[in-house]
Design a protein around this ligand. Structure first.
Ligand SMILES: [Zn+2]
Length: 81
């Protein structure tokens, strides 16, 4: 007899211990690796990590380009005065 997953509704063949969504038929609980507590934030955390990583990598280059531009602007202003 096929099992109907109470969590996602997927019909799993008999003998299936856990559904694809992580629902465990034997314990009636969610298996490991399907912790949804941080679900809404998982993507955000990924973006934050990406942002920090890119800042670490490109930060010095960005700072150099900006400081160079600031120096050029200052020099132009100083020459004008
Ligand atoms: Zn399921």
């Amino acid at each position: 007899m096929a099992k109907d997953c109470p969590r996602c509704g997927t019909i799993c063949p008999d003998g299936t211990r856990a559904c694809d969504c992580g629902y465990d038929f034997t314990t009636g609980a969610l298996g490991r690796g399907t912790d949804d507590r941080y679900g809404p934030y998982r993507g955000l955390r990924g973006w934050l990590l990406l942002l920090i990583a890119s800042l670490t990598i490109f930060g010095p280059f960005w700072y150099l380009s900006v400081s160079k531009r600031v120096a050029a602007t200052y020099r132009a202003w100083a020459l004008q005065a």
